[in-house]
Design a protein around this ligand. Structure first.
Ligand code: DGP
Length: 116
């Protein structure tokens, strides 16, 4: 079994977070350091450390992450104006937490995709 992470502990209810969605595969909660009016992290309950660790057996849960993000975006009122999903990977991608996650960002125009 993969090591525990801060996000798997949030998914297990061991660390508090503002959870906005949870099912048997996926947990979504508000980012502790929001960069937009809506900034939700969508994580698999079972740890996948990073995109570089994805295997074919992860394909169903990856679909579940995207489907959950779309549903949360709708619930947050973001569908009409749109939103952005980001997955950071590794040091060049700026990944800080070694537990694959989608950032769901919206609620204002988000500007260019990259600033540098
Ligand atoms: P990344 O750089 O893609 O690994 O993003 C990690 C995000 O996780 C960052 O935006 C801050 C957020 N984060 C880190 N620790 C916690 C925590 O304990 N609770 C919550 N809600 N968010 C956290």
């Amino acid at each position: 079994m993969a090591e525990e992470t801060i996000f798997s502990r949030i998914a297990a209810g061991e660390i508090p977070a503002e959870i906005v969605y949870q099912d048997e595969a996926v947990t979504a909660f508000r980012d502790i350091n929001p960069l937009a009016p809506t900034h939700v992290l969508v994580v698999p309950n079972r740890v996948i450390p990073a995109m570089t660790d994805v295997t074919p057996e992860d394909e169903p849960v990856l679909g579940r992450l995207l489907a959950a993000a779309a549903r949360i975006a709708e619930d947050e009122g973001l569908s009409e104006d749109g939103y952005r999903l980001i997955v950071n990977c590794g040091s060049h991608g700026g990944q800080e937490v070694p537990h694959l996650h989608l950032h769901l960002l919206g609620g204002r125009p988000l500007g260019p995709m990259l600033t540098e």
